[in-house]
Design a protein around this ligand. Sequence first.
Ligand SMILES: C[S@@+](CC[C@H](N)C(=O)[O-])C[C@H]1O[C@@H](n2cnc3c(N)ncnc32)[C@H](O)[C@@H]1O
Length: 281
Amino acid sequence: MVAETLKELYEETLSAAPTSFEAGELFTHVTGVKPLDADTRPAEPKQRQQLETLLKRRGGGYPLQYLLGEWEFYSLPFKVGPGVLIPRQDTETLVDAALGALRTMAVPEPQVLDLCSGSGCVAIAVKHEHPAAAVTAQEFSPEAYSYLTQNIALNGLEITPHLSDLREYTHPVPVDLIVSNPPYIPQSQFRDLQAEVGFEPLAALDGGEDGLYYFRAIARRFKEQLRPGGALLLEIGMEQEEEVAAILRENNFERITFHKDLNGIVRVVESHSPIKGTSLS
Ligand SMILES: C[S@@+](CC[C@H](N)C(=O)[O-])C[C@H]1O[C@@H](n2cnc3c(N)ncnc32)[C@H](O)[C@@H]1O
């Protein structure tokens, strides 16, 4: 049976989509109509074809977020597509921890640096919630960088984007707060990842053999770029907290604390550069 009305088209979508949430998102994306408002108005053949194509791609594991082209993070809109990591809800823990650190340090116009910025979700959410911060968003993939600049414009915020490799980046002034969600998946785990993740850029995921490559690189290079007492906040993978804390200690970071995500999993490691002449750890 061919769907003649919007209601029938929604029902068809519902039976083909993996979940009712996804059916609703795809249906609204194509028709501009919410599922609850799908009535006896005629469905256009073009809408049917478009939905068929999207559902087929989704069936092959292509991420819903890439099909929609936009996704929400910290209640803000972000353009997403091939070449950029999809913002994850877990990463909101990093934003919460960053905002907490900014409140505690109470610097009037803090310098904030987001390394490995990708879509810009962390930098943009922090700037949105803490407008006085001077935020730089650093990213090395040209594809991701193009989403980063689009998302800064989409959210109408003043953020400095920087296309570079973090292993060579030097911030022009001492930084109060560095945040980063770097690639942290150990290469041995690549085979176990969900099908969807295979469509996301490898450079956003690959944390080297043990998953810790970028934590070492960031701790080594950026300990000198934080002002004394400045904070470094790193998103980590499951059960990486002790190893990451050890790397931070080796690089003289102090006052190491852990922040848990909504599932009770340690997701962020917070640490501080030493205040000269004291040891607070
Ligand atoms: C896990 S993703 C995080 C993206 C975004 N911050 C988020 O939370 O959704 C890691 C990002 O680091 C970038 N990246 C990988 N290696 C890098 C390097 N050497 N220098 C700078 N960025 C790098 C990747 O392109 C990717 O966008």
